[in-house]
Design a protein around this ligand. Structure first.
Ligand SMILES: [Zn+2]
Length: 128
């Protein structure tokens, strides 16, 4: 059964959570890189037979984990920054005066001060 409860967060809190989550991905990327280097340094390719195949498989999986966790970090971090750049109300100039529905994209927002509505988290198309 699907959970129909939709969580609303203040924009600043939501942005903070996005940054924490993205830095958790960056940290896991760095940890995988450290493990990769430790395996290459201490285990190396001195073993033969099944151990050499196992270490190559583990290094391959760690390489995939490094690339994917860095990709997730960069996607989430750049999305959070993109949203932060467009969080200022064009009508009254207040920053982040709206709530965000968690997990919904694109983010339709309504200013709590002047009821101006716009969409954040999209590339600006009207730049020349
Ligand atoms: Zn406003």
């Amino acid at each position: 059964m699907q959970n129909r409860l939709v969580q609303h967060l203040k924009f600043n809190r939501w942005h903070e959570r996005q940054l924490y989550a993205s830095f958790a991905w960056l940290l896991s990327c760095l940890m995988c890189g450290l493990l990769f280097a430790a395996i290459v340094e201490f285990v190396g390719f001195h073993f033969s037979g099944i151990f050499s195949i196992l270490s190559i498989i583990v290094l391959y999986l760690l390489g995939i984990a490094i690339i994917d966790s860095f990709r997730r970090f960069w996607m989430q971090f750049s999305f959070a920054q993109l949203c932060a750049n467009s969080a200022t109300c064009k009508s009254c100039g207040s920053y982040g005066a709206f709530s965000v529905r968690v997990g919904v994209r694109p983010i339709y927002v309504r200013c709590q001060k002047c009821d101006h509505q716009w969409v954040i988290g999209q590339q600006q198309r009207d730049r020349h």
